[in-house]
Design a binder for this molecule. Structure first.
Ligand code: EPZ
Length: 430
């Protein structure tokens, strides 16, 4: 059992460099499968989700080399293989390989990627879109077999915004026969990054970052080197840490332009924000106030992935506040643990009402999923006394080293060795 021990209650002071984006790196790694050759992907975060994705790619006969944050993928020998179920189930993003593999090999067998504690995470939009492009999908009890002689362009009108479905359909379209239109496409920066990688490799894509994507299938894509943008959710997590603890921090390389809704929410709580080419400065000198009605939305709205972190900050803000989750059906899992720390929160379906308290007290906590686990680290950093957060492997899925990062911001934080039963996943060299 892995755990982080924190002695909280102090203001933050310091700076941290923001890692590459998990949610951009994963679809870009999947896109590398489309290229019959070598790609170099720079600024790739060394997190367990990337590790699992690389393992999956190796099982598909890719050759993977890693030099620090640069991943070299040789996908020239990609063939039809069944993906190892242990990695598919561990990580939902394995579904992102589907579109790319169908484009490359025409045949994929995989288990359903499965849900997680935040929601059922169905993939109906992915499968409906691929069927529209000429894929025959035989669903089984625990998974499906997908086959196609040739992917053909289609018009997709997504009934609601889905980041993953948008990404899968982009990956299936760039080498398809004919044109594809994706209406009601996701506009997240991670979609723009994926399109940037593909365009640099020779794909014909218009409308990246808008609600309508037009993709003209091309014969082949060529080798490319591409740099993953900084992670706006990791940057937003540490901005929320400043809201929780107070103090002043600098987030080096934070993608300020992609964080407008997050910075606006932080400013509405009393944070002083400074943006520059180098990164984002934040200072919280007075007790925070409640944001006026925070609602999670698709980009460019306030991101669901920062809902837990801002909830932690709201527990210590002055007054009464409301936070509404509109993307996932079960994303308030940390409420009982925040209540154990002294927070006053009432849950009403997909909304929580928070009455701010002066202080939280440290206690034993258990991470149940990635972003909730990170929020517990923030709450423990703000709480008086000692907190121990167990199951930190969930947090390692998306943060290279949250403990080290929080130490850089002045938090007394360490990994509890006696809890470490196995070496960290990332010590393995590829
Ligand atoms: C991506 O997940 C991100 N993951 C999530 O980040 C993020 O929270 C989410 O987008 C929303 O921004 C990665 O990029 C790897 P969706 P994804 O498809 O693609 C429903 C994190 O912490 N839906 O946009 O799975 C779905 O259940 C993770 O980094 C269907 O009903 O999200 C959800 O309610 C968590 N059918 C909503 O749509 C489908 O076929 C949005 O999901 C697909 C989705």
């Amino acid at each position: 059992m892995d755990a982080i021990q924190i002695y909280g209650g102090n203001c933050l002071k310091g700076q941290v460099k923001i890692q590459g984006s998990k949610n951009a790196a994963l679809p870009i790694l999947a896109a590398a499968l489309l290229i019959n050759g070598v790609c170099e992907i720079e600024n790739c975060p060394m997190i367990s989700d990337v590790y699992h994705m690389l393992r999956l790619m190796e099982s598909l006969c890719c050759t993977i080399d890693r030099d620090g944050h640069t991943i070299r993928v040789d996908a020239s020998a990609v063939s039809r293989c069944d993906m190892p179920s242990d990695s598919v189930c561990v990580m939902r993003s394995s579904i992102m390989l589907l579109g790319a593999l169908l484009a490359r090999t025409g045949s994929v067998s995989m288990q359903y990627p499965g849900g997680c504690v935040i929601g059922k995470r169905p993939i109906d939009l992915h499968l409906q879109g691929l069927r529209r492009m000429g894929v025959v999908i035989q669903e089984r009890e625990d998974g499906f077999d997908a086959e196609t002689k040739e992917l053909t362009g289609a018009i997709h009108r997504l009934p609601f915004v889905s980041v993953g479905a948008t990404e899968n359909l982009i990956l299936a379209s760039v080498l398809a026969k004919g044109d594809t239109v994706i209406q009601n496409a996701a506009q997240e920066p991670e979609i723009t990054a994926l399109c940037g990688f593909l365009q640099k490799a020779g794909a014909d894509i218009e409308g990246a970052g808008t609600k309508t994507l037009r993709i003209r299938g091309v014969e082949k894509l060529h080798e490319v080197t591409y740099r993953v943008p900084a992670d706006r959710i990791v940057a937003g997590t540490y901005l929320a840490a400043c809201l929780c603890c107070g103090g002043e921090i600098f987030l080096k390389a934070a993608p300020c332009m992609q964080m407008k809704a997050v910075s606006a929410a932080a400013s509405s709580m009393g944070a002083e924000i400074g943006e520059s080419e180098e990164g984002l400065f934040a200072a919280c000198r007075e007790r925070r106030v409640m944001p006026p009605g925070l609602v999670t939305e698709c980009y460019p709205g306030f991101p669901t992935d920062l809902q837990s972190a801002f909830l932690a900050a709201m527990t210590l803000a002055d007054g009464e506040g409301v936070l509404e989750e509109t993307i996932f059906e079960n994303r308030f899992r940390i409420v009982p643990q925040l209540q154990q720390m002294g927070a006053k929160i009432q849950c009403q379906n997909n909304r929580v009402c928070v009455s701010g308290v002066e202080r939280l007290h440290g206690t034993n906590l258990v991470a149940e999923e990635l972003r909730g686990g990170a929020a517990l680290v923030l709450a423990g950093s703000a709480a008086e006394g000692r907190s121990v957060i167990k199951n930190c492997h969930f947090i390692e899925r998306g943060y290279e080293d949250i403990c080290q990062d929080m130490c850089s911001l002045g938090v007394k934080c360490e990994v509890r060795k006696e809890f470490l039963s196995q070496p960290k996943a990332l010590t393995k060299k590829f």
